[in-house]
Design a protein around this ligand. Structure first.
Ligand code: GLN
Length: 483
């Protein structure tokens, strides 16, 4: 039986599974054959699990038991970013230092998907320890963009995003510290959500910068992203930053919203055709009845510098645990200190070492106040600016990234240019706010048609409102996301 995966959504697959038109095993097999056919060129997976079909059989048992009452994720095949723990499987974080590390337990998000009968197809490629915007920093080879294999899929969750875009998974989990779900979603033409900080448990997500990290879903539609978000969110006692379960949603808002465009967009260099696409999206939103206005976030232009102090500071302390004793790689030295230096020298790649150096520097006794304290003060200011603006508008709109997918190799020697692709995504992490990227059309580069994305940032806990706007926008536009 052949299943057409091109336009398949979770919603549609759920109907077919519940009606027993397809079995979960047949659906999983369909994805496994796409992976076999296409992934040698794309390299979105670091490993395809040998127990994927066993997962599918378990889903089929659930379907037999529950019939039409199965959860919408029962039997749905996922790619899981390689920094999210799945018990018994390797979780390498795209790093040599964890190449052979096997997870001793499941991440909470994984438990919640597993409980609903989701199928885990394999580990999605990523920039080493989620540091990067192109997946070129993976220690195990670059992932290619399925829309044009000479280009980057974005990063750091480029593997899971490319898997969904090429039809090698129906959905995926990534992690977003400064844009790593939204930017690859936009480069690959799919939907990516960075939830409100604390709404999805970080238990079992290998920490990069703990105050910024969130697990987020990739899917083809906002409706599908919502199904995943609802399944994985909710309080978790294992994560001390996990928010309490929501006591009722915020009051229903009218369907006609006020959407703000930050004035700082004028200071950012955005490609002409990306800007044109953005203006077309604004026109669509106006036609839908929304009011568009300009908002001033007086400190948001400092978001990237603030991010590149706080993130390396937290990463340098988080990564101290990889010492050659407790996890993964071990290189023997003459003494304990040499064990550390040899293991870390051999195990960490250049970008990770750069950030450990940066982070250690900004936390060092002489510089702590000048850098780290200043950055945390500005962070509070940026967060307060957002709170202010959200008393006037329901959501903030920007392109997800100033450019479409860039060419592989184009930015690897120029870290600042690489960092600049996150200029629009980083502010939401600084403020702990939800932000959604959805496809908004295509731009041409040579003969290639490359997707671009639109980002809606919302007030604290307004994840669901963003998904509402996303769904309505999709109804107006119907972009074809799949290659
Ligand atoms: N690209 C950003 C960085 O390199 C964000 C990464 C992320 O969100 N994990 O840090």
């Amino acid at each position: 039986m052949s299943i057409d995966l091109k336009k398949l959504t979770i919603t549609e697959a759920h109907t077919r599974l519940a009606q027993k038109d397809w079995s979960a095993l047949e659906l999983t097999d369909a994805y496994l054959s796409v992976i076999e056919e296409r992934d040698p060129a794309i390299h979105s997976y670091l490993e395809v699990f040998d127990d994927a079909r066993e997962n599918a059989r378990r889903a089929d048992a659930l379907i037999r038991e529950k019939g039409k009452d199965i959860h919408p994720l029962t039997g749905i095949p996922f790619s899981i970013k390689d920094n999210i723990l799945i018990k018994g499987h390797v979780a390498s974080c795209g790093s040599k230092i964890l190449e052979k590390y096997r997870a001793a337990y499941d991440a909470t998000a994984v438990v919640r998907l597993r409980d609903e009968g989701a199928v885990f197809l394999g580990r999605g490629n990523m920039d080493e320890f989620a540091m990067g915007s192109s997946t070129e920093r993976s220690a195990f080879g670059t992932t290619k963009n399925p829309h044009d294999i000479s280009r980057a899929p974005g990063g750091s969750s480029g593997g899971p995003a490319a898997a969904v875009a090429m039809g090698g998974a129906l959905a995926a989990l990534g992690s977003d510290t400064g844009g790593s779900v939204r930017q690859p979603a936009s480069f690959c033409g799919i939907v990516g959500l960075k939830p409100t900080y604390g709404s999805v448990s970080r238990f079992g997500l290998v920490a990069m910068a703990s105050s910024l990290d969130q697990i987020g879903p990739f899917a083809k539609t906002a409706a599908d992203a919502r199904i995943i978000f609802e399944a994985i969110s909710g309080h978790d006692p294992m994560d001390s930053t996990s928010l309490p379960n929501r006591s009722g949603q915020k009051a229903e808002r009218s369907e006609k919203l006020t959407i703000g465009i930050p004035s700082f967009m004028d200071e950012v260099k955005v490609d002409d055709d990306v800007l044109k696409n953005f203006e077309e999206s604004i026109a669509i939103l106006k036609k839908m009845g929304h009011t568009i206005t300009t908002v001033v976030l007086p400190n948001v232009q400092y978001s990237l510098p603030v991010y590149y102090i706080i993130m390396p500071a937290e990463a340098s302390t988080n990564l101290a645990r990889f010492d050659g004793v407790r996890y993964g790689l071990h290189k023997e030295g003459e003494n304990l200190f040499e064990d550390y230096t040899k293991t870390r020298g051999a195990g960490f790649g250049a970008e990770v070492r750069r950030r450990i150096l940066l982070g250690t520097y900004v936390l060092s006794a002489g510089y702590y106040d000048a850098y780290y304290t200043q950055a945390t003060m500005l962070r509070r200011q940026i967060t307060a600016d957002f709170e202010n603006v959200f008393t006037d508008v329901d959501a903030i709109l920007t392109p997800t990234s100033p450019t479409p997918a860039f060419a592989l190799g184009e930015r690897t020697d120029d870290p600042l240019r690489m960092y600049s692709s996150d200029v629009f995504t980083v502010p939401a992490n600084i403020g702990g706010l939800p932000a959604l990227s959805i496809p908004s059309g295509f731009v041409k580069r040579g003969t290639a048609s490359l997707p671009v994305g639109l980002q809606f940032t919302g007030a604290h806990l307004d994840d669901s409102l963003l998904l509402d706007i996303g769904e309505a926008f999709e109804r107006e536009t119907e972009y074809s996301f799949i290659v």
